[in-house]
Design a protein around this ligand. Structure first.
Ligand code: PMP
Length: 396
């Protein structure tokens, strides 16, 4: 049965992790994977999460099956976070939200649902994009193409190219957009550019799918969510996947969601019923713990304030590391202007380093980033920054 099964290629990021684990260099630094570490190089367990878990331990609850669409209090909290609790889409009941297994799960539920309602549509992802976007939509049965995004020459977004790609797309094309903190480049478009993207999406009748994996890591929770308000104001119907992996440092709990903004409450009811079929036939219903923790935090004013504070600290630390990287590279003798690192946003920096330079960084210095030159700035800290700057300066 399995004699003709081919060996699948290794996941590029997880492959890097294995290589990193086997590296005996005592100075090694892993900037490959998209995970936030604190200044001691440790994965944080947020205080708000600990407080919610303690309250749950004090009042232990049995674990029955959750509803197919997840914990109602969780779904409502997601709606509030994404659209605003008192916003018209939420109060009118035209948002269908389901709890999902991470942001990846939200994307997958959306992709499988879209394959049913729009089977012949093409999917456009940014060039480049998070690796899994292409694989995920391809596996859902779509042809996946790209829209122009990164411009290596100007170190920024090729916005004219992006608009041209959208304007050339056939009506009904599904466009996957990074709501904030673009992965892998770290370059977001400006609010005024979003207006132009929205106008093109509307004029061409495209289907927007916003991937919001980093809400709160860019400029703030509300600031990063502002793009959603723009899509609402334009009168569009669209998809939003949410991930709490990074913003709650709950990577392994797999907490995410999918929200679909529909025309009205009745339509949202029909869409929700179909999302539930997708879930039921894949994994039946979501797990309890992570969703319960996030719901407990978001729905309790004190814990929510604590979460916003802790998320703000992560955001500020990343920004400080960007500045330290720029200063450190200069001090280490790099002639080139590296200030673009501070105009990038979120966890990642497209460093502009070549594949050869990235390979040298790994083999000679134990500094691990992806071959594309992507580095996770959120894994830099006051102890490893000087070493990383020296290493980069040497390969440059
Ligand atoms: N979308 C993007 C752009 C991401 O960077 C990630 C996580 N790396 C995800 C989705 C998936 O998030 P999760 O880990 O919650 O599935």
């Amino acid at each position: 049965l399995f004699s003709s099964v081919e060996m699948a290629p290794r996941d590029p990021i997880l492959g890097l992790n294995e290589q990193f684990a086997a590296d005996t260099n005592p100075h090694k630094v892993n900037l490959g994977v998209g995970v936030y570490f604190d200044d001691n190089g440790k994965l944080p367990l947020l205080q708000c999460v600990q407080a919610a878990e303690k309250a749950m331990m004090d009042k232990p609850a049995a674990r029955g099956y959750l509803p197919i669409d997840g914990i109602a209090a969780y779904d409502n909290a997601v709606k509030g976070l994404v659209f605003g609790a008192d916003s018209e889409p939420v109060t009118s009941g035209r948002v269908a939200t389901v709890q999902a297994i991470g942001g990846t799960g939200g994307l997958k539920i959306g992709a499988d649902f879209l394959k049913k309602v729009s089977p012949s549509a093409t999917v456009l992802i940014s060039d480049p994009s998070w690796e899994n976007h292409r694989a995920l939509f391809t596996n859902a049965g779509f042809t996946v193409d790209t829209y122009a995004y990164y411009d290596a020459a100007t170190r920024g977004v090729n916005f004219d190219g992006m608009l041209a790609s959208l304007n050339a797309a056939a009506p009904g094309t599904i466009v996957v957009l990074h709501a904030c903190c673009h992965n892998p480049t770290g370059y977001d478009i400006t609010p005024a550019q979003w207006d132009q993207v929205i106008a093109a999406v509307k004029a061409k009748g495209l289907t927007p799918f916003l991937d919001m994996a980093y809400q709160g890591f860019g400029h703030g929770i509300a600031e990063d969510g502002a793009v959603i308000q723009k899509f609402v104001a334009a009168g569009l119907n669209f998809f939003v996947s949410t991930s709490f992996s990074k913003s709650f440092s709950l990577y392994g709990e797999r907490v995410g969601a999918l929200s679909v903004l529909c025309a009205d409450k009745e339509e949202a009811g029909r869409v929700l019923s179909q999302l539930k079929i997708v879930i039921r036939t894949n994994y039946s219903n979501p797990p309890t713990h992570g969703g319960a923790v996030v719901a407990a935090v978001l729905n309790n004013p004190e814990l929510r304030a604590l979460w916003e504070k802790e998320l703000g600290e992560m955001r500020v630390r990343i920004k400080a590391m960007r500045q330290k990287l720029v200063d450190g590279l200069k001090a280490a003798g790099v002639q080139q202007d590296m200030s673009f690192i501070t105009t990038q946003i979120g966890m990642f920096s497209y460093s502009g380093l070549s594949k050869d330079q990235m390979v040298r960084l790994r083999s000679e210095f134990g500094v691990y980033g992806t071959d594309t030159g992507r580095m996770c700035v959120a894994a830099l800290n006051s102890k490893n920054i000087d070493y990383v700057c020296q290493a980069i300066a040497k390969v440059m």
